[in-house]
Ligand binder design. Sequence first.
Ligand code: KIV
Length: 277
Amino acid sequence: MSATSPARPVLPPDIRARKGSQPLVVLTAYTTPVARLVDPHCDIALVGDSLGMVLHGMPSTLGVTLEMMILHGRAVVRGLTRAMAVIDMPFGSYEESPQQAYRNAARLMAETAAPAVKLEGGAHMAETISFLCARGVPVMAHIGLTPQAVNTLGGYKVVGRDGEADRVLADALAVQAAGAFSVVLEKVPVGLAARITQSLDIPTIGIGAGVDCDGQVLVVDDMLGLFTEFRPKFVKRYADLGALADQAIATYAAEVRARTFPAPEHGFADTLPKGAK
Ligand code: KIV
């Protein structure tokens, strides 16, 4: 956990207050064991809807359901003592109306005990963000490349080049004005991300948005080398756990076939030696 984190569980106002100070450290987590690994080092464990692709083998995040987010959200919250859980609102659970968004955000928070949600969208989601914030739902916004809009964007492209920059900045200002406590900038050119970060009073959390954001987020399976289907340019691999796991599984399979595992020490005696319990 960062030096500036409080001695109690982190809450949205703590994240908001980190603007311009120590960088915010964010990783995704989808399970209790990974949440336990993330907790001592990160400010936020993001239960991202990327879990659809990373854990469930879906081709995009569009098939992720509220029930999946609740199940994984609960598991992550169980593994945290300090870092704050933020849960993604899945595609179709908030876009229809502020009321629909509130109903589903309230379920996410009540059934997982996470203190905040994240949703994708800029100016067009401002009314919903404002509705949620006024009713006790802290919102992290997500602009730039919004993967749930992959079909309208025409792919996972950089957003904010070629005359789009002012619109992305307007999105950032709109979600801030609506009450978001922070905003994820995904796949936004570095100069624009710096401009947005300078223009906002709330922290920006970058993913593929350069070094000038107030914090960074990565998908944990990407940085650990566990998700290998594709590797975006912005991912730095800090370990190759996929290769280690492959090696371990191959050794296990070879030992089972050679009958060298299980060995005598892995078995249970039929009769206990005298005096043993
Ligand atoms: O779903 C996710 O993991 C995300 C992050 C990549 C920001 O939204």
